[in-house]
Write a protein that binds this ligand. Structure first.
Ligand code: AP5
Length: 190
């Protein structure tokens, strides 16, 4: 099973990605978590990514594409991608790479949450976890970047017949159930 979560900041990509990965026994590959680990390790990639992340901007495509390729290659049992691709260039590079290996994904899940609820969730998390990009100005910038760079990918995936939209408000368990129900039709025959 190969899935993609396409959703704005705070919609629940990380929360649901962990649960869906566990359900299918696949890897949860979260671009933001991987980048934060690189920053924490002070690696070359982390040094290049840090200022973009702190400002709520996207890390340059070439860096992210390379990082995600190696993760996908290491997870032959399947995966759920969380936060990648986020630009048309990333989507096209990922597709070109996966198509020749017979590894394109089965469904792209769009998590729908109203903007005021996204901001509420992220400010609530800021008070608990203190993630450096969870302040109101940077949250607004992340949302604007999502609308300009990432949201248009929904049409791209709709055109490929793999997009499903899910109401991601309400209890976490209920959202998980909705996601699993929505992707059922895409589960490959074993
Ligand atoms: P990333 O870490 O992906 O951040 P994000 O997209 O802003 O998403 P979040 O992690 O804030 O939210 P989420 O949707 O995962 O929701 P979560 O489950 O955590 O990326 C960070 C940065 O890295 C980017 O800004 C960019 O700089 C860089 N980057 C990453 N990928 C990149 C790429 N492909 N290209 C270039 N740059 C890239 O939930 C949020 C909160 O809500 C939590 O507190 C959670 O407990 C709560 N919550 C979840 N579900 C519910 C619910 N149903 N009800 C109430 N609360 C809920």
């Amino acid at each position: 099973m190969r899935l993609l979560l396409l959703a704005p900041p705070g919609a629940g990509k990380g929360t649901q990605g962990t649960r869906i990965a566990e359900h299918y026994g696949i890897a949860h590959l979260a671009a933001g978590d991987l980048l934060r680990a690189e920053v924490a390790a002070n690696s070359e990639l982390g040094k290049q990514a840090a200022s973009f992340m702190a400002a709520g901007e996207l890390v340059p495509d070439a860096l992210v594409i390379e990082m995600m390729r190696s993760q996908v290659t290491d997870s032959p049992q399947g995966w759920i991608l969380d936060g990648f691709p986020r630009t048309r260039a990333q989507a096209e590079a990922a597709y070109a790479w996966a198509a020749v290996r017979g590894m394109t994904f089965h469904a792209a899940v769009y998590l729908e949450v109203p903007e005021d609820e996204l901001v509420r969730r992220l400010l609530e998390r800021a008070a608990v976890q203190g993630r450096s990009d969870d302040n109101e100005a940077t949250i607004r910038r992340r949302l604007a970047v999502f609308h300009s760079e990432t949201e248009p990918l929904a049409e791209y995936y709709r055109g490929r017949g793999v997009l499903v939209s899910v109401d991601a408000t309400g209890e976490v368990d209920d959202v998980t159930a909705r996601v699993l129900s929505a992707v059922e039709q895409f589960v490959p025959a074993t």
